[in-house]
Design a binder for this molecule. Structure first.
Ligand SMILES: [Zn+2]
Length: 130
């Protein structure tokens, strides 16, 4: 299935990029604080970041990836335990999973995305050398 994972691709394109996730880990689009809603370039960074399900860190770059063999129930379970561990209601896991899958489905596999609060924009990845 098509999902969002953390990527270091295109990191540094924006001066305030950051990546505290593990490369390739599952990520979600977490709700923002007020500062993050007010500006994606706020100091906290929540309005421009995606949250790692395992690391609980943030990254400003997400990759749309195809994970063969990964199922909807794997996904909701991963979300459920991560939400619980981070103090979010674990009951929201299915709703979050459904939303993220619909979101991911919209993009081509290999697309790198950035977040501007509630707007998501594709970053152009330079072609590999040679
Ligand atoms: Zn914030």
């Amino acid at each position: 299935m098509k999902l969002l994972v953390a990527t270091s691709r295109t990191q540094g394109t924006r001066e305030n990029d950051f990546s505290f996730c593990v490369e390739g880990e599952l990520i979600w689009i977490a709700p923002c604080c007020e500062a993050g809603e007010g500006s994606p370039d706020s100091d906290c960074g929540c309005g421009r970041s995606f949250g790692g399900l395992n690391s609980h860190g943030g990254t400003t770059t997400a990759l749309v990836a195809e994970l063969p063999g990964f199922t909807y129930s794997d996904y909701t379970e991963a979300l459920r335990s991560s939400l619980a561990a981070q103090g979010w209601p674990p009951d929201a896991a299915e709703e979050v999973a459904t939303g993220l899958l619909a979101f991911s489905d919209y993009w081509e596999v290999g697309t790198v995305l950035e977040r501007r609060f509630d707007l998501f924009v594709e970053r152009l990845v330079p072609a590999p050398p040679g």
